[in-house]
Design a binder for this molecule. Structure first.
Ligand code: BG6
Length: 501
């Protein structure tokens, strides 16, 4: 499905996100034939670029970041004609008057009322000025065609998230607001719903009667790069768990929606967040663990500890690792622990969801027959390996009865050919099509904050912690092992073959 004529205004047009993600994604959509016949991309920024100069800058980045490698010269030229630069100041009325003129000209040329998308690729402190000016200049009056897209962080805590929602809500209706969580655009994440609800064999098992526990592990080898300033104010809980990882949990734990429509799906997801058990101070001590990395070696290179990173307070108590045991208090999940962990500078970059099933009720095989017993597991590997594995016990070929665990594997690379679209391609296409299924609704964002506030508050204490407590290239602090080991389990890691660690 192609969308209708669309004009994109990207506030923060000279930023990293625009050149690394947004424009390459739009270019790929163009190459694959998904862009509408009439479209215009207007990057907004203070730098005095002409259209041509800005196109040159982009071309350099697209060379580096496009999934199709170097852009095809002819296609790039055809695409670049649609890209413009508007020298602008978000505080100045002229900026919005010029936008209004651009929309009028575009409409005349296209002969149709276009979708108008305002993409706020700017720091959250600029959201209110931009939203108020859009309203003042009546740039978003058509509720079906004008949309605003914003990136996380959606607030710093429950209070600020509510204020942000109120502010956006005073200018736009919820149907016009697209809050991006780029995890939801990943192919392997979208597949969770297909896997659960387009197959009949899993759903009967998908509950407390058969599932022992669930693990969601999102580990990264990356350190801070140039993001220390932002991160030191956020930490792992805000940066990863509040959004991406709780969204993964919702996809695993949600009830079947009646149809694949945005609000039907989002209602079921928000129900999960509302069912999650709130933490009291005792639970926090027992079930929430944090860590911070010290220096170490990653793939032969020495890396600094968190407190030595650029932009980070040398006495910082910000967590770069968090592991938490959650419960979803409803009929389906009563008593099933959900272990979540995430961290920077860990041994391996990989995002994996593991559903561990209960043991067989009665063992008929003698202990000599068993080599490495493993309860059944369904392993959904989001990245870098894109796969779903079902671990089962099998008889090893031979004259005796010896059992060992083997994997039944659905591997994207072996199954499908061709490029996998980047998350931003899916999400930008959906904003043009007006499909909000993969975007965060305001109440979801607030429910996620509400759940985490007791932990954030407990962790906000100023007293100095015995940080750092895990070294770069490890699997996090020992306390994280203890968190899961005390229940008799251990963190599952998928050995990565032929993939960068
Ligand atoms: C971002 C976080 O939202 O997600 C980063 O702010 C993190 O800290 C990134 O590195 C991870 O995304 P991905 O797609 O690389 O797993």
């Amino acid at each position: 499905i192609k969308s209708q004529a669309t004009i994109f205004f990207i506030f923060g047009g000279t930023g990293d996100l625009t050149s690394r993600k947004l424009v390459p994604a739009l270019y790929n959509l163009f190459v694959d034939g998904w862009m509408p016949d009439h479209f215009s991309i207007v990057a907004m920024g203070r730098t005095g670029f002409t259209d041509d100069q800005f196109r040159e800058v982009l071309l350099k980045d697209i060379n580096q970041f496009s999934r199709s490698g170097k852009p095809d010269q002819g296609k790039w030229e055809a695409f670049a004609k649609h890209v413009h630069f508007q020298v602008s100041d978000i505080n100045d009325s002229k900026t919005y008057e010029e936008q209004s003129q651009r929309i009028a000209t575009f409409k005349k040329e296209a002969g149709i009322d276009p979708n108008v998308i305002y993409y706020l690729a700017v720091a959250p402190r600029f959201f209110s000025t931009i939203a108020e000016n859009i309203s003042k200049h009546k740039l978003a009056v058509d509720a079906t065609k004008s949309r605003i897209v914003i990136e996380k962080p959606f607030g710093h805590d429950l209070d600020s998230a509510r204020k942000l929602n109120q502010l956006l809500g005073s200018v736009f209706s919820e149907q016009q607001i697209y809050r991006i969580d780029h995890y939801l655009g990943k192919e392997t994440v979208q597949n969770i719903l297909a896997f659960r609800f387009a197959n009949s064999i899993f759903e009967p098992l998908w509950n407390r009667n058969y599932i022992d526990h669930v693990q969601i592990s999102v580990t990264e080898q990356l350190g801070m790069g140039s993001r220390g300033g932002y991160y030191d104010d956020a930490g792992a809980l805000r940066d990863m768990i509040q959004n991406h990882i709780l969204q993964l949990l919702c996809l695993v734990a949600m009830e079947p929606p009646v149809s694949f429509e945005a609000d039907k799906v989002r209602n079921c997801k928000v129900d999960v967040l509302h069912s999650m058990r709130k933490f009291n101070p005792e639970d926090i001590k027992k079930n929430a663990v944090r860590g911070q990395y010290s220096k170490g070696w990653i793939e032969g290179k020495e890396v600094v500890g968190y407190r030595e990173e650029q932009g980070v307070n040398p006495q910082s108590n910000t967590e770069t690792f968090a592991a938490i045991k959650f419960f979803v208090d409803n009929w389906r999940w009563h008593g099933v622990p959900f272990y979540l962990r995430t961290g920077k500078r860990m041994h391996q970059s990989s995002s994996v969801i593991t559903i561990q099933f209960k043991d067989v009720p009665h063992m008929i095989f003698p202990s000599e027959a068993i080599e490495g017993w493993q309860q059944n597991r369904l392993i959904i590997s989001i990245q870098p390996e894109m796969s779903v594995r079902l671990q089962v016990q099998a008889k090893r070929p031979g004259l005796d009865m010896t059992l060992n665990p083997v994997d039944m594997i659905f591997d994207y690379n072996g199954t499908y050919t061709g490029d996998t679209p980047e998350a931003y391609e899916t999400l930008l296409l959906d904003t043009m099509l007006g499909d909000q299924t993969l975007f965060m609704r305001g109440d979801q964002v607030e429910a996620a904050w509400d759940l985490l506030m007791p932990i954030l508050n407990a962790w906000a204490g100023k007293k100095s912690l015995s940080f750092p407590n895990y070294s770069a290239d490890s699997w996090g602090p020992e306390t994280a092992e203890a968190l899961i080991a005390q229940d008799g389990f251990h963190w599952f890691t998928l050995p990565l073959k032929n993939a960068k660690k």
